[in-house]
Design a protein around this ligand. Structure first.
Ligand code: X2W
Length: 287
């Protein structure tokens, strides 16, 4: 029901927000936006619903979104249930033959389908796939000590372009095929960066559980160049869990992605705030 009697500042502000979004909506028509949705950013059903709604809205206004997800915490949970021990070396899970089966089951099965369902529930048309489908991501072994952990070596994004043209929203699990029929477990950030580079994406949004890249005083830096990132890393200001994110960002930019944004995926409507408002969110990295 239309609520014209309840005309108050909120409604006026909503209309103004829509109006102010026009230049951004025009700028992003036809743009390719890759969104890395990490396991730690996923949250409860309400947060998943809100994320899915933002993705469907993007598609509705002419953006081509691609979701590349993680699911590390969900893999840990399943491995623990099955009594399989797991350890990480330099941020990558040591993945033996039994572990990679569980990784594929959890990522391509449970996590991927949960996101697909959430997007479809909001009126989008999501298609779930992994790096194995359509030859999207062929991998080489990263390091024999890590077992079935892969580094993307050959990308074929044709399957993603076909899905865009048909109006679908691709949701990609970070697994790749080896050249000898192996299944490789790929770090979610690495997979998202490789997919964004293969698509020459306009934006790669890395949704994490921190507000962005911080300077030495602990303030989030809203805009940085790759050189600025390298300086902060040398000074030890960018450290720990932020390093895989900034490395992914630098590699993606070197690979032809126009800009990368590191932002807090748990903040409400983080993607919309970044793409469609003057305010933006997190740290924007571009050359
Ligand atoms: C990751 C894949 C999932 C992932 C893993 O096994 O946990 C490797 O470590 P998040 O939620 O984005 O951390 N793969 C090789 O990256 O999940």
């Amino acid at each position: 029901m239309r609520k014209q009697t309840a005309m108050n500042r909120d409604w006026i502000a909503t209309a103004r927000t829509l109006s102010e979004a026009l230049p951004y909506l025009q700028r992003y028509t036809g743009a390719i936006v890759v969104i890395k949705f990490g396991g730690h950013a996923m949250g409860d059903d309400a947060e998943m619903e809100s994320f899915a709604r933002d993705v469907v809205l993007m598609r509705q206004v002419g953006v081509n979104p691609v979701v590349v997800h993680g699911g590390g915490p969900m893999i840990n949970e399943m491995l623990a249930k099955l009594g399989v021990k797991s350890e990480f070396v330099h941020g990558k899970r040591v993945t033996d033959a039994a572990t990679v089966e569980v990784v594929e089951m959890v990522l391509s099965g449970r996590v991927n389908k949960r996101i697909v369902q959430a997007i479809n529930d909001q009126g989008g048309r999501a298609v779930g796939l992994s790096g194995k489908d359509g030859g999207l991501m062929t991998c080489d072994q990263t390091d024999p000590e890590l077992g079935f952990v892969g580094t993307p070596a050959e990308m074929n994004p044709k399957v993603l372009h076909s899905l865009f043209e048909a109006g679908f929203i691709p949701v990609v699990a970070p697994l790749g095929a080896g050249r000898n029929g192996e299944t490789f477990n790929v770090n979610g950030d690495t997979a998202a960066g490789a997919i964004a580079a293969a698509l020459k994406a306009d934006r790669l949004l890395l949704l994490t559980d921190v507000a962005g890249v911080k300077d030495s005083s602990g303030e989030v830096v809203t805009e940085l160049t790759p050189d600025h990132i390298r300086d902060l890393t040398e000074q030890g200001v960018v450290a720990g869990g932020m390093i895989p994110k900034t490395e992914t960002a630098l590699a993606a930019i070197a690979g032809g992605v126009r800009a990368v944004v590191i932002l807090d995926g748990r903040a409400p409507n983080a993607c919309l705030l970044e793409l469609f408002t003057d305010h933006g969110a997190g740290s924007l990295i571009r050359a």
